[in-house]
Ligand binder design. Structure first.
Ligand code: ATP
Ligand code: MN
Ligand code: MN
Length: 301
């Protein structure tokens, strides 16, 4: 279902009613972005962010003292984020149960920002049924030295192959080095089947074009190649959510693009936190209206 925040952002320093402390604290020394500016970014982008990150287990990259200091990846929480941030109990491998964070509205989003969150990562399944993924993600990780153009052509190749199997895909710039090729799934198949498909697809690709692709985790196998990180598609794994800011130099943002646009883009960090106005407009544009949406099932492979 679609999640639409009901409360508009305000400019009184309390976006969605959340008090942002230390708004002048610089959280990105490279670009001089402050915590207040980050909160403004998230307030402006709350709608499109919640469309994707709302209602699913999330993990956070928190850097309470800014990106230059200690950052950590947080998966679990028992309640320190306040009333606006929800929880879902999920069974772990060892049979125990852990609480994962869930946000549903702008207040929840901004409560996380107040806690020093820069990045939002999400499971590939909604809280309504965490065992049934609603998306398949191929995370293209280029080796140093490869051009972004190589990543684009690789993404297009994956688009074509998945397209032949009947899967529509959508590209997203990560804000870092690579691109995520995302195939929405109508929840039905469970994690083991989805992971198996992703693994076999990546392995077949690497076997077919070993000079270009690898599906091997070993770093030395990646030299001069693009690592097809299919492991985003296993239970418990996360991927960075659309429109999340990145805790990297210049405060870049993960941005959904069309396939036509991708050809003209020269880097994964094309947009940053300061581009909130443009990004909000883009997110509501006709060209991106159907981004990430398709009613389709996992094919056989
Ligand atoms: P880039 O384009 O630079 O690769 P990315 O977001 O794809 O950006 P990756 O390093 O490929 O970065 O990581 C892929 C995903 O794995 C991340 O989006 C995140 O959800 C997850 N991830 C990254 N770091 C951790 C971590 N320390 N613990 C758990 N999951 C992580
Ligand atoms: Mn990646
Ligand atoms: Mn990766």
């Amino acid at each position: 279902e679609e999640i639409v925040p009901e409360t508009p952002a305000t400019d009184d320093g309390k976006p969605f009613g959340v008090v942002i402390s230390h708004p002048d604290r610089v959280i990105d020394p490279d670009g001089g972005i402050t915590k207040g500016q980050l909160a403004d970014y998230y307030a402006a982008m709350a709608d499109p962010i919640l469309r994707w990150a709302g209602g699913r287990p999330i993990s956070l990259v928190r850097c309470p003292q800014g990106r230059g200091k200690k950052c950590f990846f947080q998966k679990h929480d028992a309640g320190s984020f306040g009333d606006h941030v929800g929880h879902v109990a999920i069974r772990e491998k060892d049979g125990s149960s852990e609480d994962y964070l869930v946000i549903e509205d702008g207040a929840g989003l901004l409560a996380c920002v107040q806690m020093g969150t820069i990045e939002f990562h999400g499971w590939g399944a909604p809280v309504s049924d965490v065992e049934k993924p609603d998306r398949l993600v191929f995370d293209l990780d280029p080796d140093e030295g490869l051009d972004f153009g190589d990543v684009v052509s690789a993404a297009e190749h994956i688009r074509d192959l998945l397209g032949e199997m009947g899967l529509a895909t959508f590209p997203m710039l990560t804000g870092g080095k690579g691109v995520h090729v995302i195939a929405p799934l109508t929840p039905d198949a469970e994690w083991p089947a989805v992971k198996d498909f992703a693994h076999r697809f990546a392995a077949a690709l690497a076997e077919d074009q070993p000079e270009r692709f690898t599906a091997a985790l070993a770093k030395k196998r990646r030299t001069g190649r693009i690592f097809i990180d299919y492991l985003r598609n296993q239970r418990g794994a996360t991927a960075v959510m659309p429109y999340t800011a990145r805790a990297r130099g210049g405060a870049p943002v993960a941005v959904p693009v069309t396939w036509a646009e991708l050809r003209k883009i020269d880097r994964a960090s094309r947009w940053h936190v300061g581009d909130a106005k443009e990004l909000a407009k883009r997110a509501g544009s006709k060209a991106l209206a159907g981004w990430g949406q398709a009613d389709q099932a996992l094919p056989d492979l």
